[in-house]
Every structure is written in structure tokens, then in C-alpha cells.
Design a protein around this ligand. Sequence first.
Ligand code: GLC
Ligand code: CA
Length: 617
Amino acid sequence: MTVEQAPAETPKATARDWFQRAVVYQIYPRSFADSNGDGIGDLRGIISKLDYLQRLGVDVVWLSPIYTSPQDDNGYDISDYRNVDPLFGTLEELRELTDGLHARGMKLVMDLVVNHTSDEHPWFVESRSSKENPKRDWYWWRPPREVDARASQRRAAAAAEPNNWGSAFSGPAWEFDQATGEYYLHIFSKKQPDLNWENPEVRAAVYEMMNWWLDRGVDGFRMDVINFISKDISLPDGPVADGKLFGDGSPFYIDGPRMHEFLQEMHREVFASRTGGLLTVGEMPGVTVEDAVLYTDPARAEVDMVFQFEHVALDQEEGDKWRPKKLLLTELKQTLGRWQEGLAETGWNSLYWGNHDQARAVSRFGDDGKYREHSAKMLAGILHLHRGTPYVYQGEGLGMTNMTFGAISDYRDIEVLNHHREATTHLGHTDAEVLAALAPLNRDNARTPVQWDASRHAGFTTGAPWIAVNPNANHINAAAQMDDPDSVYSFYRKVIALRHAEPVVSHGDFTMLLPDDPHVYAFTRALAGSGSAGSPGSPADGTQILVLGNFSGEERDAQLGDQTWHDAELVLGNYPSDAGAAARDGGSAASAVRSSAAGAMRLRPWELLVLRRRSGA
Ligand code: GLC
Ligand code: CA
């Protein structure tokens, strides 16, 4: 809801407070917990873990799709928006899950996948049945175009597709349909035809479905590739990059001409009449900071926040995940710093290292070997203490790592399988080359089952898991961590609790420090003090925190040029609190800060330090 729609008794300034203080936990149901031994996670499995989630301290659960689906893209291809796939359970079990979350003070956010449906959705079945069908125009149908002999030489098959766009999952973005002799558009797999949002009936049907879910007690939506729904209706050819078989259509379907209009209409039709406590987050590949300000400006009433993709493209050549490169910390800071700055006054950030589409955070941004635990905790501290709403992906809070898969047959993700086929058959790459290139960033890294304990299949299932369990489950698992105060899990509890306790974490402003330091991530957060008016917990309480993270396996000095922080209070760190070490290094025993001879703060490998001072006190 927006400030404007706040009920009269709510102070206007606090209508968004709840999600600014909240931490969201993402569940990918297929890989979370299996209750019936079929090897696939399900709702009953999630229900059995509600106490685990509550103990972690999260406020919201975002549930990846559990709707009826042929599972071509693990549920992101929906054939019935108003039912639960039998693979996952029943509507009654979903009700039980919703009630169980609510009873524990948590909210439920559903995945809303409305850029496309499954090709088995009744809407598409009707649409493809004839050119005269009333739902024909609900999707993007186009006749074949004249085949240009020269252009088609680039491709093994003759290219009569309406334009040259490639699908995000390899191959062309068009599928020919024999029955009516036309092609339909699918930006993702050919079993995910794109809905035509130009058609007002499509929009009305989607809003009706969203209202149906809100009426059933869900608390909001994570909107799948929502900035793809408005397309340039002339569907022009896109540029073809070197080494590519197809054109890049994204300039014509990302943040298209009617995006803001559609989201404002959705807000009016679905959210405006609701009284608060809802969360909307738009997944927006390719979104710019400038556009994100518009999408998340509460006065414009579109969405609460967006998922941007810039920081998860820095370790790739030209944003191509199959051409990984080394991440530079300076670029990471520059990117996240720009998003902090861009949304400082208007709008709101979402914060994430990982999700079901990204590699595991500790393997990607940290060190999943010797310093796995230290770096997993350091990454949590850095992310959660930015200004914005943090998202924790399942397993991240245990420090779960990327998976080492062997042959292509070990993979399950349609994106990987299609890419491997295209690269080996049409682009002349060897199997070994493709497997090496896709190892670091493929999506199956994040889709191995959650590691609950050290038993067979990590306590995820009693049957055969749909995708292999990471063999490191024997020592990385929830059972080993839950009662260990120094575990990654316990650290996540602390950093989540800190957000809930300290208004400077949720509401303070953000200042990046040391932008050119190649190893140290450093920033401050501050709530403007207002002298005696500032008491801890009030919106302006004069609290400041300094956050330092060492992104390397060596000792590093942070040259802040500000000695005053050396005496500040340590609120969080990822090394055992060790007053002796401070004394040894010449610091005062009370101070946690280790100083170098030159007066810099010294950080141990992958160390995180969070220091606090209160000027108003
Ligand atoms: C989003 C989802 C991803 C899915 C795609 C198509 O990016 O997060 O998992 O494959 O959209 O729905
Ligand atoms: Ca199951």
C-alpha cells in the first residue's frame, strides 16, 4: 500500500516501516524439505520447518511457485494460477502453511508469474486452437516472415520466425504452431508463451487472480520478470552479438513503453483498496537506477521495491553468465553504492546475494574453502547492513556452497540443458568446454536440497532426491549449526535481530567509504541526531554504525583516517570476541579494534566488524 492509502490512524511516515524493518526468506519448494519420500520438496515439508524459520527471526517468506504446472521450468510455467500442483500438496495445505506463518508472526509472499503462462494453461490451449478464438490475442501470434536466404545461413534451420530474437533459454524466441500456421512468442522456454498485456482482458484476468489470492490471506507478491510485460509492439529485430545465433530482443521488451501505466493500473485494481501490511517486489532484469526510482516511488503507487541485477552481472563478460570472469570488489562497491545513492531519497532497495537463479553467495562472493564460515558471516553482515530490505535464500544462512556436478546428465535446469545442447551442436564447443564454462554460475548450484542434517540425503528426503545432494552435507547442515552460538546460522540470527533492534539499520542513511580499496568494504549508517530529542529507538537518535568487511584471505588495513571509531562499541563481528587480541595489538582491552602502527584498523582474513556509537546519548 502507499502512503496515500494509509488508514487515517496510522502516521503517514510509518506506513512503509514494517517492510523496511523486515527480512525476507526465500523458499524454493522443490529443494526445501520433502515430506512423502518422492524426492521432491513439498508444502508439508515446509510446514514441518516453521519453527526453524521463526527461530531464524525472519519476517516474511517468499514462496517460489507451487501452482499447477508441467514443471518445464520448475513451476515458473503455470497451467492453473488458482491451484496447487499435486507434486507440492493441496490448497488446504497451503492454507495451513499461511495460517502457521501468521500464527508465528510471519507473512507469506507468493510468486506471481504473469509475463507468461504454461503452454498447457487453458488460456493458451484456447488461444492456439484457431485464429478466430476470442483468446487468440491473449498471446503474441505472428505469421512467418519471408525467409531471407543470406540471414538464414547464420542458422542451421531456415529462419522464418517473425523476428530474430533469441530465447533466454537458447534457441529462437518463437515457436511455429502447425495448426494455424503462425508463430508464438516465448522469451523463456517454448512451454512458456508470453502473455499479451496490450489486451485489457489479459490484465483484468491477472488482477482478478491476484485479488483472489489476497482474499485468501497471502501478504503480497514477488513479481517474476515483471518489467518484461510491456513490449515494443512492432517487435523489431535485435542486435546480434559476435558468436551468437540470435538477436537480443531485450531493448524491446525490458522496461517497455507501458510498464509504469500497467503497474499503476495493477496497483489501483489490486492493492489500493487493501489496508496495509502487504509487500510487492518486482523482479526486473536490466532495470536502471533511474527507472527503479520511478517504480518504487511511493507517491507513484507501483511496487514497494525491485530486484535489480547489476551486482550479479559483474563477474561475467558482457553479462553472459556462460563467460564468467573475476569479480572486482571496487566494481561491486561502485555498483551497490550507486543503488544506495540512487534510492536514498525516493524509493527503496531490496538487497540480495543469491536466489534460485544465482550461484551460492559464499562460493561466488566469499571463500567456500578455508574461510567458508568467516566469509559467509561477513557477507551476511555487509548485505544486511545496507539500507534496504534483505532477502535470505534457503541454505544461505547455513553457508551452503556451489555444487560440483559431473556430466551434463547430473544437471536438471532447462537453461543449462538447452545451452549445452545449443553450444555443442550449433556453436562447435566441446562438452568439456561447455561444462567448465557453466560450472560457476549455473542455477542448479542453488537448487541442490537444503542440508538439514548429516544423514543420508541430508535429511531432505527418505527417497531419491530429484537433484543430487551436495556431499558436503556431512559437515554443512542445520543440525550441526542450530545450537552452536558460533555457527553461520547463529550469526544470521544475530544480524537479523540487529535490524529489528536498531533503527539505524532499517532507517539510517548510507555513506560508502574507501571506494578504491580493492579488499575492504567499508560504510557508515547514521540516523541524524537531534540533540536531546534523540533517544535510542526514536527515528532520529544520533546513532551511527561503521561496517567493515575484508573480502580477502589476508590481513588488511582499513585506512579510515578517522581515529574516533577506534573506541566505538563492537556490536557484531565474525571472529570469537577476543579482548586479549586487542591488548596484544596495542589497543585497549575494552576496544575490539586492532590497530596497525599507522593507526589504521586491522582486519583479519574475511573479518567483519560492526562498530556503533551514539552521539545523542
Ligand atoms: C525468473 C525466475 C526464473 C525463471 C524465469 C522465467 O527470472 O526467477 O527462475 O526461469 O523468470 O519465469
Ligand atoms: Ca514430496
